[in-house]
Design a binder for this molecule. Structure first.
Ligand code: NDP
Length: 296
């Protein structure tokens, strides 16, 4: 029987575990605060930010939301970040990507104070992760690691193929999986659009993680029997539904399920984990900034 990995259940466990840390902080007079900044009128970005704010409210984190007109000068965003960096009630800052073309994305990432960088994308935090001294693990890769752990899949010595090399998923995940640490010690192959014969790589893997953004790219025939499949992809495809679309992953679920020992669904797999790990990073940041020892 193929195990369908329930990301909603694992994320709920993580949120429940965070409650203790949040109580400890509140007993010490500290309410963790997460600021989200949206400079976009893209409906998907608006939805992501509002879900993150709702998550905060549910677990007792103060959510602060700033919206900036996408036509406004870039300086307005940089100044907002400076203000949030200086605000002692804000422990984590997340700028929803993508930002408009006239804004320098790299400057945005560099502007967020590293100790408030809840996404873990500041160059200092990227460097620390690569060096095996992570302050904040980026939310999606960390969520994938937690999903594997919860499924009882030991990564040590396993052949893992990560399809996708983005700065937010593929690269940091590959880095986490090769660390000499629990949840790491894997042999990792990173594939991308220039990879020759992707199927030859995925067919050798004990674990395949797809983070590509191409609907149903990875099919059952590209997988070996018993493989663990983690599907990060979230793609809207036209469908005869009320909304006119449905969400599918980067893996063709039905054919992959025939081969997999365990597989994540879309939705309900990695997505809820990304959200839970953002709360985790915010609570960690609050503990470190207020010198309160929180067990995470
Ligand atoms: P990016 O577009 O930044 O990166 C996609 C990667 O896939 C690139 O490295 C690209 O290669 C590679 N790629 C594209 N086409 C192919 C192909 N045919 N064969 C092999 N590799 C290919 O995407 P993200 O990493 O930001 O996101 C990936 C997916 O994950 C998206 O569907 C996104 O919506 C989803 N996502 C989901 C999250 C969640 O919480 N569930 C969080 C973040 C993302 P190259 O570098 O050569 O261009």
């Amino acid at each position: 029987m193929t195990e369908i990995i329930d990301g909603n259940a694992v994320a709920a466990d993580i949120r429940a575990d965070l409650q203790d840390a949040i109580s400890t902080l509140k007993d010490a007079g500290v309410t963790p605060g997460l600021a989200t900044v949206l400079m976009s009128d893209d409906p998907a970005s608006e939805t992501y930010v509002s879900m993150k704010q709702r998550d905060c409210e549910e677990v007792g984190i103060d959510g602060i939301h700033v919206e900036i007109d996408p036509e406004a000068p870039a300086e307005e965003l940089y100044e907002t970040i400076d203000d949030l960096n200086a605000d002692p009630d804000v422990h984590g800052i997340l700028v929803q990507m993508p930002v408009p073309d006239h804004v320098d994305t790299r400057r945005v990432l560099r502007s967020i104070a590293p100790e408030k960088d809840a996404d873990g994308f500041h160059p200092e935090n990227v460097g620390r992760l690569v060096a095996g001294d992570a302050r904040f693990k980026p939310c999606t890769p960390h969520g994938v690691q937690k999903l594997l752990e919860s499924t009882g899949v030991d990564t040590e010595g396993k052949d893992v193929v990560v399809v996708g090399r983005s700065d937010i998923v593929g690269k940091p995940l590959a880095n986490l999986l090769i660390q000499k640490a629990d949840g790491g010690n894997a042999t990792v192959t990173v594939c991308h659009s220039r990879t020759k014969d992707l199927a030859a790589k995925t067919n050798q893997a004990d674990i395949v993680v797809a983070a590509v953004g191409v609907p149903e790219l990875v099919t059952g025939e590209m997988l070996s029997d018993g493989v663990t499949v983690i599907d990060v992809g979230v793609n809207r495809v036209d469908a005869d539904t009320e909304k006119g679309y449905e969400l599918v992953g980067d893996v063709e679920f039905e054919s992959a399920k025939e081969k997999a020992g365990a597989i994540t669904p879309v939705p309900g797999g990695v997505g809820p984990m990304t959200r839970a790990m953002l709360l985790y990073n915010t609570v960690k940041a609050a503990g470190e900034q207020s010198d309160v020892d929180v067990e995470l």
